[in-house]
Unconditional design. Structure first.
Length: 674
């Protein structure tokens, strides 16, 4: 016995010294400790130990295992523990109605290796928890005293997870959070290690003290039993020593058990510290590349139908401020594509809500604030589609068919940015397609916050329609352009004019006038100019049956310059005033001059001249001269004049304007403009 006690103490000390060794060496030490415990329990001869090297079967219609009485009731609610330990543990409920039920205040399933003594938590690569069934229900209810709701599942096979409170599905890997957690765990474990090292020394001292007492008792018994005579003469003392031995021996088991458990706990704490320190080193190495490198964490939701709803347990849609569905990530992709990457036929994405906001604002929060800082708009917003429509229309639905009833009251479309381009161009940059703006009132403004015009609005398209028409096609509303400089150009890439600029309306006003505060004409703009010039100009007429009824030219000064010919005609040249070749000619059925007229230069009268009085310095009559008072010769009347002026200019029709194309909506056709 003396030798055994010394061996026990040596084995315990070796076990304590194996704290920093590998798991296999630690478990080897535990196996030797287990042998000590066998020897002690064999000496105690207390309790009941049933063992068979082959098989033990407990068979009965009902089996209860525990610290119970004959009726199956627990002897005490405290201190009752059942441990089933083995390399493989099976719980099987056979038959179609078989079941396995676990009930406890707390139920824990952790896939770790507990070791031969149940004091380890070793994680292996194969660590897993597998649950397979036709119907799986996981339900958490916020109840106290008893559960008011029984677990309910969907009809048929499936998985139902319910919670009255929070539910988290987390697939993520961390560096900072995990590193902080490791630091906190290491702090706790190092403190435990320090305490356990002290406790282990105390427990070994307790074992040594008790084994020393046993050793003294055994040595005294050996001294008193050196011979049969000594035994007979020392029988009383031997009986007392035997009593002492029996009293000390039962204490050895719990003392040794406490010692072994303390050292085992110290070994496990030290093993965890080593694992966590290795993990901490790995995390530190990953920290620099963690942000950019993929972590491999993923969450997959796969189903024919997937529904996300913010509702309560009664099926009511939650509308309080806290109710929301939030998606936060670096990239969000919503696609309706087949496995080969092609678009699913008739696929669609629909968003129907009260308010929609899409923001690419990049917040730069002030230090120490969760809300304040600089919010700079960044990023891109792109819509790529064959047909893009933004509408604010009310509908009426009858028999499942929706028809437009009216434009939504107080609706508006607002776009605000520094530079805006609306382009209809092909892949080579050539204008194509069409661009239509249809509204009762339209305001395109590039201005600062004080209303001062700034920036630019650039619109490029093959066809540009600015239209304000009602559903019958009648023009309504107004189109107003106000700018410091306004240019309407129709030019080619060599800056040569082409095409036409057409302005058509019942009243067409082209003015250079100042306006009052009500937008009415005030006065002519001082120094204003209006230039109308073209190779051929047509004013007041497009063709014979389409000409102005009145042409009024009125000004303080009027000048008409014809470089080669200037001519005015009345009707079909019934009366003509012609300036050509330096000559002035008048032609008509009758010409009348009023007022004092002076003819400088030679004047030829090729027909009769009638006048009331003539004052002349000299009169010469080549054929005759006749007067009521004087008669000289024979008067031969001259022939009436038949001369007429040949007009040089003739009326011509103006070139017809190009037919104005209608947009698809106005023409009632589908597809592009012709």
């Amino acid at each position: 016995m003396d030798t055994q006690c010394a061996d026990w103490k040596s084995i315990l000390q070796d076990f304590k010294d194996s704290v920093g060794k590998e798991l296999d060496e630690i478990r080897k030490q535990k196996a030797e400790i287990q042998q000590i415990k066998h020897e002690i329990f064999n000496r105690m001869a207390q309790g009941q130990y049933i063992r068979d090297d082959h098989r033990i079967v407990l068979s009965a219609p009902e089996i209860i295992i525990g610290n119970v009485d004959s009726s199956g009731m627990l002897w005490s609610e405290d201190g009752s523990t059942i441990t089933i330990r083995g390399n493989g543990v099976n719980l099987e409920g056979s038959g179609s109605a078989g079941y396995v039920k676990s009930r406890a205040t707390s139920i824990s399933q952790i896939a770790v290796d507990p070791g031969m003594d149940g004091l380890e938590d070793v994680v292996y690569e194969g660590s897993s928890v597998v649950t397979q069934a036709r119907d799986i229900v996981i339900q958490s209810n916020d109840c106290d005293g008893c559960f008011s709701q029984m677990p309910t599942s969907m009809v048929g096979c499936g998985v139902t997870i319910h919670s009255d409170g929070q539910m988290a599905i987390d697939a993520s890997k961390s560096v900072d959070v995990r590193g902080t957690s490791i630091e906190n765990m290491l702090s706790v474990l190092n403190e435990q290690k320090s305490n356990l090292e002290s406790d282990a020394s105390d427990r070994i001292d307790e074992v040594e003290s008790l084994t020393d007492d046993l050793k003294d008792v055994l040595e005294d018994m050996d001294d008193l039993t050196s011979s049969e005579q000594d035994i007979r003469s020392n029988i009383g003392d031997l009986l007392d020593l035997q009593k002492d031995y029996k009293a000390l021996l039962p204490s050895l088991a719990p003392v040794l058990e406490n010692c072994v458990r303390t050292i085992s706990a110290l070994v496990e704490v030290n093993r965890k510290i080593t694992c966590l320190e290795d993990e901490q080193t790995t995390l530190n190495n990953e920290k620099d590349s963690f942000t950019d490198d993929p972590t491999g964490a993923s969450l997959s939701l796969t189903a024919e139908q997937i529904s996300l709803a913010s509702v309560d347990g009664d099926g009511n849609i939650r509308t309080n401020d806290e109710a929301a569905i939030s998606i936060q990530t670096g990239k969000v992709s919503i696609s309706t594509l087949k496995a080969d990457g092609s678009l699913i036929d008739d696929s669609s994405v629909s968003i129907h809500t009260g308010d929609v906001e899409i923001s690419t604002v990049a917040p730069a929060l002030s230090e120490g604030s969760d809300t304040d800082g600089d919010f700079t708009t960044d990023g891109h917003f792109r819509v790529n589609s064959k047909n893009v429509a933004f509408v604010a229309v009310d509908y009426s639905v009858a028999d499942g068919e929706a028809t437009e009833s009216s434009l939504t009251a107080d609706s508006s479309f607002y776009v605000r940015m520094q530079d805006m381009n609306l382009n209809a161009v092909d892949t080579d940059g050539n204008s194509t397609g069409s661009f239509n703006l249809v509204a009762d009132k339209m305001n395109l403004t590039a201005a600062d916050k004080d209303g001062n015009q700034t920036g630019s609005i650039d619109m490029k398209a093959l066809d540009l329609f600015l239209s304000s028409k009602d559903q019958n096609g009648s023009a309504t509303g107004a189109l107003t352009m106000t700018a410091k400089d306004l240019s309407l150009l129709s030019i080619d890439d060599s800056y040569k004019s082409l095409g036409q600029i057409l302005i058509n309306g019942k009243d067409v006003h082209v003015k250079a006038m100042d306006l009052d505060d009500k937008g009415q004409d005030s006065s002519l703009t001082s120094g204003g100019n209006m230039v109308l010039v073209a190779d051929n100009m047509y004013i007041g007429r497009t063709k014979s049956d389409s000409q102005s009824s009145t042409l009024l030219v009125s000004s303080d000064k009027t000048a008409i310059f014809g470089k080669t010919t200037a001519e005015m005609q009345q009707g079909d040249a019934k009366a003509v005033v012609q300036l050509t070749g330096g000559n002035v000619a008048l032609s008509g059925s009758k010409a009348e001059f009023y007022g004092d007229n002076t003819f400088n230069g030679k004047s030829d009268f090729k027909a009769d001249v009638t006048m009331k009085k003539a004052t002349a310095d000299n009169i010469e009559a080549k054929t005759s001269f006749k007067s009521k008072n004087i008669s000289d010769g024979v008067a031969v009347p001259g022939a009436p004049s038949s001369a007429s002026l040949s007009a040089k200019l003739s009326e011509t029709d103006a070139p017809a304007s190009v037919e104005v194309k209608l947009s698809n909506e106005e023409s009632g056709e589908e597809g592009g403009t012709e």
